[in-house]
Design a binder for this molecule. Structure first.
Ligand code: NDP
Length: 263
């Protein structure tokens, strides 16, 4: 039996154990997936080895620490320095990022997006903003504080803090902050957010399993919204494919994972 886990803080809300365990069982794969609350991201590597894990997902706030915990980084994660999936391979930890592809899957129904405002400057923001830029979108990143924006600025993104935000029309506004995850906060000051959303066609939240204040406000302003459930599904299918070493059809993984959303 192979053991997998999700590391995060908080982590109690995570649906990943339910999703992956249902897929493992349905596919006949001998695996078990649990959740681990980890306060100190620098302990990720030793905890992974202590528990004898075969793989893991990493959520808020340890995705950048997860990058540093790995021996080798593959694919898109290399470009952004953010890891949400780790696989044990011949004594080494291999890091991947499946969040950006998961999110692109989620916003497919919105059609062509030309401009996007990304709220937040953490690991999820870095993954999504970079993928949006790769797709040719005009990307602005806004965060409540300036520190984490420096890296975005150096990578050529337009950046704003709450103090400098300009009200412009964006096709899509995305919340990648953890505002609303465990509190009733909006990811930006209400007045500015209202003006921004009034001019937007779509909004999306990375948070799932609840209507965040950001999504509630979007709906009140008649913006077409999406919560983080489809992103969760998309990133989960790709992570499960890594866990099971690509031996199953992605369509089957997706079907069983979707089933787990009904529980
Ligand atoms: P990080 O800790 O790396 O970044 C958090 C960001 O949120 C920072 O920019 C921080 O700003 C900002 N922030 C935190 N609290 C507030 C607040 N009250 N108001 C405004 N800004 C705030 O987190 P991640 O990028 O790893 O995750 C972000 C969110 O995305 C989480 O809620 C996570 O659950 C969700 N997520 C969902 C996924 C899915 O599959 N649906 C996948 C990945 C993530 P500052 O720099 O000023 O501290």
């Amino acid at each position: 039996m192979k053991l997998f886990a999700i590391f995060g803080d908080p982590v109690a809300h995570s649906r990943s154990p339910l999703m992956h365990n249902h897929v493992f069982k349905s596919l006949g794969f001998k695996g078990c997936y649990t959740r681990i609350q980890l306060k100190d991201g620098s302990k990720l590597r030793e905890t992974f080895f202590e528990l004898g894990l075969s793989g893991a997902n990493i959520t808020v706030p340890h995705k950048e620490a997860a990058f540093n915990a790995c021996d080798e980084i593959r694919g898109f994660a290399k470009k952004i320095g953010v890891v949400n999936t780790i696989i044990y391979e011949d004594g080494k930890l291999i890091g991947y990022n499946t969040d950006a592809d998961g999110f692109m899957y989620a916003i497919e129904p919105f059609g062509k997006i030309k401009s996007v405002l990304v709220l937040g400057a953490g690991g999820t923001s870095k993954a999504l903003s970079t993928r949006f830029k790769d797709e040719g979108m005009d990307v602005t990143v806004m965060n409540r504080s300036g520190g984490r924006l420096e890296e975005f600025k150096e990578s050529g993104f337009k950046t704003e803090t709450w103090d400098s935000i300009k009200i412009e029309a964006y096709d899509l506004v995305v919340n990648t902050t953890s505002a609303g995850l465990e509190d009733d906060d909006l990811p930006a000051p209400r007045g500015a957010l209202e003006l921004l959303l009034k001019q937007a066609s779509f909004s999306a939240d990375a948070i799932y399993g609840k209507e965040t204040p950001f999504l509630k406000l979007s709906k009140e302003l008649n913006v077409t919204t999406k919560d983080g459930a489809d992103m969760l599904l998309g990133q989960g299918v790709l992570a499960n494919n890594h866990f099971t070493h690509a031996q199953y059809d992605l369509k089957d993984i997706e079907r069983y994972m979707k089933e787990s959303f009904l529980f």
